[in-house]
Design a protein around this ligand. Structure first.
Ligand code: G6P
Length: 369
């Protein structure tokens, strides 16, 4: 109904705009800069099990799988525990190698995705502990997992997942910081990172306020494109995948996400004047490499759109459009870079007359195979 949309034209836009509040809710009482603590009651008693695991296997589908990929980078760097990310649908059908010492972590907004639920059951059938990250309280996956964390992001109605993704990445960041405590981070570094995490919702608010208008006009420019490429490195590689997925899901434009450096192994062949290429170009450890990837695209007359935290003349000279977002720590950047990608997809889909909240052929939760 119109009332539930809170004045927005679509649930998806409402949910994009709700992200600062959703992330605050996900962190409430859990991220505590005041006493330098991360508190996640749902995993209480399991931290040593995770820190001492031989391997953490993350299983999920769709957008939740993309959050899982960010989680792999976060958890490996924080804990040095090897992490593997599996499509739940593949995992369940190949008699996966699971051994004592492994821990399975499933991620599901709805908590009802059939393949992800099957991954829980697969783990349990092999005697492996399985934890969950779910949004829907009391969902099947939430009930069947041994322990876990709720997102507290509020109901997500739009089929294309937005606030659940950022809340999942927020929860995974909390888990990573908790695992890093006394391990890879000193007290002072931990405090610094906890403060940075607590500051994310305000920065998301700034991205939304500052870029929505510009992205809406960019949507007019790119609405007729038939292909898009999304490129990022490091923590922003999964964001490139997520940006491409959002565009495919709701605008029916073909889009691919790639790690930027893989471009030269294939996608570069596609680049010409009619190919918009969206780059995540944050001034982090990957920046110089990303900049040279941008130069390669610009040299082939591709239209570069860059998401950056440092809009300088060099970057501007190579790009058709630059979206500036606030700086943050490298490990938190997916929480900011994904926002302009959600908005761009949304506005393009609206201009193309698509059913944004209920795209053709897709379901909010896939409870059958
Ligand atoms: C469907 C939805 C996606 C979602 C995926 C996984 O494909 O359309 O938006 O990411 O399922 O859903 P889950 O509820 O398990 O996160």
């Amino acid at each position: 109904g119109e009332i539930e949309k809170g004045g927005y034209d679509h649930f998806m836009l409402k949910e994009i705009m709700e992200q600062p509040d959703a992330l605050e809710d996900a962190m409430r009482g859990r991220v505590r800069p005041e006493d330098n603590q991360i508190h996640l009651g749902g995993l209480h008693g399991h931290w040593d099990q995770l820190r001492e695991a031989d391997r953490i296997v993350i299983a999920a589908c769709g957008t939740s799988w993309h959050a899982g990929l960010v989680g792999e980078y976060l958890i490996e760097s924080a804990s040095r525990v090897p992490v593997e990310v599996e499509y739940a649908s593949e995992f369940r059908y190949r008699d996966p190698v699971l051994r004592e010492g492994d821990v399975v972590l499933v991620i599901s907004q709805s908590g009802e995705t059939a393949d992800t639920l099957a991954a829980v059951r697969e783990a349990h059938s092999k005697g492996i502990p399985c934890f969950g990250i779910c949004n829907v309280v009391g969902s099947t996956i939430a009930r069947e997992t041994d322990a876990g964390v709720y997102l507290h992001a509020g109901p997500e109605i739009g089929v294309a997942s937005t606030k659940a993704f950022t809340a999942q990445v927020t929860v995974l960041s909390m888990i990573a910081l908790k695992l890093a405590e006394g391990r890879t981070l000193s007290k002072a570094e931990l405090a610094d990172n906890i403060r940075a995490l607590a500051g994310v919702p305000d920065k998301v608010r700034r991205v939304l306020n500052a870029s929505n208008g510009a992205l809406q006009s960019m949507a007019h420019t790119y609405r007729y494109a038939s292909n898009f490429l999304y490129l990022g490195r490091g923590y922003n590689f999964p964001v490139a995948l997520e940006g491409a997925l959002k565009l495919k899901e709701i605008s029916y434009i073909h889009a691919e996400g790639y790690p930027a450096a893989e471009m030269k192994h294939g996608p570069i062949a596609l680049i010409d004047r009619s190919m918009p290429v969206v780059f995540m170009a944050m001034k982090d450890s990957t920046y110089d490499k990303v900049l040279s990837n941008i130069e390669e695209v610009a040299a082939r007359e591709g239209s570069v759109i860059a998401i950056t935290d440092d809009k300088d003349a060099e970057l501007e000279s190579l790009c058709e459009a630059v979206v500036e977002i606030p700086q943050t720590k490298e490990f938190l950047s997916p929480l900011l870079t994904v926002i302009p990608l959600q908005l761009l997809s949304y506005h393009i889909a609206v201009l193309r007359g698509c059913h944004v909240d209920q795209p053709r052929n897709l379901a909010k939760s896939v409870t059958v195979e």
